[in-house]
Design a protein around this ligand. Structure first.
Ligand SMILES: [Fe+2]
Ligand SMILES: [Fe+2]
Length: 184
């Protein structure tokens, strides 16, 4: 497995998170009750898996290697800026989840709106990486460097997030996928 395959596997898990979030938002939009516990957990997964794990792997391992291999630095800068935007939007959603939990006036609509925007920004980011960044990485990186980066990604996960935490996150994600009827 090369390093972009490894990162695409992360994207699949992130897609599951976004599908569950979308289903929760649909409940909010149709006046039904969305599980507060699930919403809180989704953004815990988002913090530990998306922001601290996946995005940091790109910023610390893939992107520097791409710049060294000749990928335009300004494109990488805008990807990193998007990571910042993703983090700040996630913070906004987390605040609205708590407002919703407290039954604050208008919290349901604010949460639905911010949640939709979050899904859009993250989906667009992932699509762009898979169409315009990862394929170029495969072209630019030699097999040897690719292998080295793949090993580096694994070490990064072990030291920054911890394998145990990742296993726990995966287990909860799998059980939510089952509850929400998501097959992929
Ligand atoms: Fe990214
Ligand atoms: Fe990514």
């Amino acid at each position: 497995m090369n390093c972009t395959d490894e990162l695409c596997l992360d994207h699949e898990k992130i897609a599951a998170l976004l599908t569950i979030l979308d289903l929760s938002i649909k409940k909010l939009e149709s006046g039904k009750v969305a599980s507060l516990e699930d919403l809180r957990w989704l953004f815990e997964f988002n913090r530990d898996f998306v922001i601290c794990n996946h995005n940091q792997k790109e910023e610390n391992v893939l992107f520097p290697a791409l710049v060294s291999a000749g990928f335009p630095g300004e494109h990488i800068d805008s990807l990193i800026e998007e990571h910042h935007r993703i983090r700040s939007r996630a913070k906004t959603v987390r605040g609205f989840i708590e407002d919703y939990g407290e039954g604050a006036f208008g919290a349901r609509a604010r949460l639905a709106d911010a949640g939709r925007k979050y899904i859009d920004v993250l989906k667009e980011h992932i699509e762009f990486e898979e169409k315009a960044v990862y394929p170029v990485a495969e072209e630019l990186l030699s097999n040897e460097l690719d292998e080295h980066l793949t090993a580096k990604l694994r070490v990064f996960v072990e030291t920054r997030v911890g394998v145990g935490r990742l296993i726990d996150l995966q287990e909860v994600l799998d059980s939510l996928k089952e509850i929400y009827g998501i097959e992929t």
